[in-house]
Design a protein around this ligand. Structure first.
Ligand SMILES: [Zn+2]
Length: 184
């Protein structure tokens, strides 16, 4: 009987006209960035995110960090890291404004710096009660393990996150997109 079935309201995407999914920044069907009025930005795929990570680490390693830093200084105003610039990815803020250079620097360094400070702080605090050099080295080892585990969890978060955000993306309110000339 018409009228007796419960109605469900589904938000329709402007671009692909399929259900866009609840509350997400991106359309669940076509990945377009909903809050971008020009509808040119799409969620970067998990593969391109992984590629950009790998390229960044490779460039850091190949240039002993120096070349990567100079490159970052050039592309940061465009909302990119060296790895992202090679793959055409851009960092935008969750309110669809493009990320200022300061955001890019903070995104690249802020998280690791924060965990590093916490680890060194713990080392100093716990080191004060350590009774031998051996204990201190063991402590240093475990804090290093914790540091890398957190860094890994931070990056791996995008694998299951609905908006493909890492933990540092969530803290800073940033998204990673690629620009498309025509809707997919
Ligand atoms: Zn869509």
């Amino acid at each position: 009987m018409i009228g007796s079935t419960p109605r469900t309201f589904v938000l329709e995407c402007d671009v692909c006209h399929r259900p866009s999914g609840p509350g997400a920044y991106f359309c669940a069907s076509c990945d377009v960035l909903n809050i971008d009025s020009e509808r040119r930005a799409y969620a970067a795929t998990r593969w391109s995110r992984l590629g950009a990570f790998t390229l960044d680490y490779l460039i850091i390693w190949l240039t002993a960090g120096v070349g990567w830093l100079i490159w970052l200084a050039i592309v940061a105003p465009r909302g990119q890291s060296p790895g992202k610039s090679l793959l055409g990815l851009h960092i935008v803020r969750a309110d669809a404004r493009s990320a200022a250079a300061g955001y890019v620097w903070l995104r690249e360094f802020g998280w690791d710096a924060a965990i590093g400070v916490v680890c060194v702080g713990l080392l100093v605090l716990l080191g004060a009660v350590a009774s031998s050099v051996g204990e201190l080295l063991l402590l240093w080892f475990w804090l290093t393990v914790v540091f890398w585990a957190f860094s890994f969890l931070d990056a791996a978060w995008l694998l299951w996150d609905r908006d493909r955000q890492t933990l540092h993306d969530k803290v800073l309110g940033t998204l990673v997109v690629e620009l498309a000339r025509q809707p997919r």
